[in-house]
Design a protein around this ligand. Structure first.
Ligand SMILES: C[S@@+](CC[C@H](N)C(=O)[O-])C[C@H]1O[C@@H](n2cnc3c(N)ncnc32)[C@H](O)[C@@H]1O
Length: 418
């Protein structure tokens, strides 16, 4: 039995997920409880996370069953780096490498200057100098595993000492009064965190494969019924109007040398490139088929024409993704979803998804909701037509099981209690 999944007192601070910031993350103990229930009851050999973000579900699956095969994908190179570091940990020489960095900082033989678009808007000159020094010291480390851990730790340090506000995931400049008030402790903070978190990275998963790609380029390569479990939390809308995962990552991505990032080549072209190429972001005209239209018509009829195009674009991608997910999954699909509001109309992504999965031979095992206790987004967000709009305060977890082909035509129950 899944039982209570509120975990209202859980804070990321105590586990590996609290060592780095990434937007829209899943709640680790919730995912772990669900995975434990399925993994310990069924024969599970492989897990697929199509939008792995900071790798919450993949890491928790590894914790439940270290020999399980993990496959993940994300379009954002920072998500790829974060998840890789969580899964592969650090090398045995990590303490020696930290020492090397400390020595380099004390007496740097040279410093590589670096530059990126609008750098001086987002970073004060003294912060740029400290980052250039740290960056050169990290580049001087020969173990790639450890370098990636250092970039991972540096990611939060850059954001913290930048001129962007901490109240939003967008890059949004601080007001002049606040700017410059923060004492520059870039190097000390980096060294402190590097040492403080080491113990959380002393494991390694031997069986994982991560793709830094658009999911649509990857999922089609997999055969029918490849993965025992697919577990994910997809974007709830296009990145630019929901969470700008790409924009959030850019200051770090511009700082890490390209040879330590998984890149296809277009990611650093500008600050909004990753968000534009993410789910629902492409500026194309799309057509939905009659069945897909029937699932979203109710909402389309109630929102302004200017927003309709965006919703259609998102759902075209979403339905394509679900179709492929149903195909490559052998046993269970586990989704964490939220219902967003457009023009004051709640788009019931949960209901739409349930209908879609049921039409595609999946049967409900469990559907639970939990209140999101702490959120960066306020409970009431921007005004639409002069009235405040509520943001998502609940998330929903759906566990669906594939009906074996033989039984598809009969109406059957899942037979699994979790
Ligand atoms: C809700 S977040 C996932 C967060 C993750 N569950 C966690 O706990 O950290 C959604 C992720 O989907 C990724 N994404 C968006 N569009 C994508 C696409 N077309 N292909 C692959 N990943 C995509 C974003 O970069 C983001 O990391």
């Amino acid at each position: 039995m899944i039982g209570n999944i509120a975990f209202s007192h859980y804070t990321k601070k105590d586990d590996i997920h609290g060592t780095v910031l990434y937007p829209g993350v899943m709640v680790a103990p919730v995912q772990k409880k669900i995975l434990k229930n399925i993994i310990l009851k069924d024969e599970i050999k492989s897990i697929f996370e199509p939008f792995h973000g900071s790798g919450t579900a993949l890491y928790e699956a590894f914790e439940v069953s270290p020999n399980i095969h993990l496959v993940g994908c994300d379009i954002n190179p920072l998500a790829n780096l974060i998840t890789r570091v969580k899964l592969q940990g650090v090398s045995t020489y990590i303490l020696r490498d930290i020492k090397k960095i400390e020595e380099y900082i004390k007496k740097p033989p040279f410093i590589y200057e670096y530059i990126f678009p609008n750098m001086k808007k987002w970073l004060n000159c003294d912060v740029i100098d400290s980052l250039a020094l740290l960056r050169t010291a990290i580049m001087n480390i020969s173990s790639k595993k450890n370098r990636l851990y250092f970039w991972y730790i540096l990611s939060d340090v850059i954001r913290f000492y930048s001129n962007t506000r901490s109240s939003t995931y967008k890059l949004h400049i601080k007001e002049n009064i606040q700017k410059g008030n923060l004492e520059n402790a870039v190097i000390d903070t980096f060294l402190t965190n590097t040492k403080k978190y080491i113990d959380k990275f002393k494991h390694k998963s031997k069986y994982f494969k991560l793709y830094k790609n658009d999911i649509f380029d990857i999922i089609k390569q997999y055969k029918k019924n490849t993965f025992d479990i697919s577990i994910t939390s997809p974007p709830y809308g296009d990145n630019r109007t929901t969470i700008p995962y790409g924009e959030f990552s850019m200051l770090t991505l511009y700082t890490i040398p390209e040879y330590d990032l998984e890149l296809e080549g277009w990611e650093l072209n500008n600050y909004s490139m990753i968000d534009k190429r993410s789910m629902g972001g492409a500026d194309k005209e799309y057509m939905l088929n009659d069945y897909e239209m029937s699932l979203i018509n109710y909402y389309l009829d109630r929102i302004s024409p200017s927003k309709q195009r965006k919703i259609i674009r998102y759902f075209k991608d979403y339905f394509n993704f679900l179709e492929e997910l149903c195909r490559v999954t052998k046993k269970y699909i586990v989704l964490t979803l939220g219902n967003r509001t457009v023009d004051r109309i709640k788009i019931n992504l949960v209901l739409i998804t349930k209908k879609y999965l049921e039409k595609n031979n999946y049967i409900k095992v469990k559907s639970v909701s939990r209140i999101i206790p702490r959120k960066r987004t306020p409970k009431l967000t921007s005004n639409v037509y002069q009235k405040p709009v509520s943001s998502m305060n609940h998330e929903y977890i759906l566990v669906y099981k594939k009906i074996p082909l033989l039984h598809c035509k009969k109406k059957c129950s899942s037979g699994v209690k979790i």
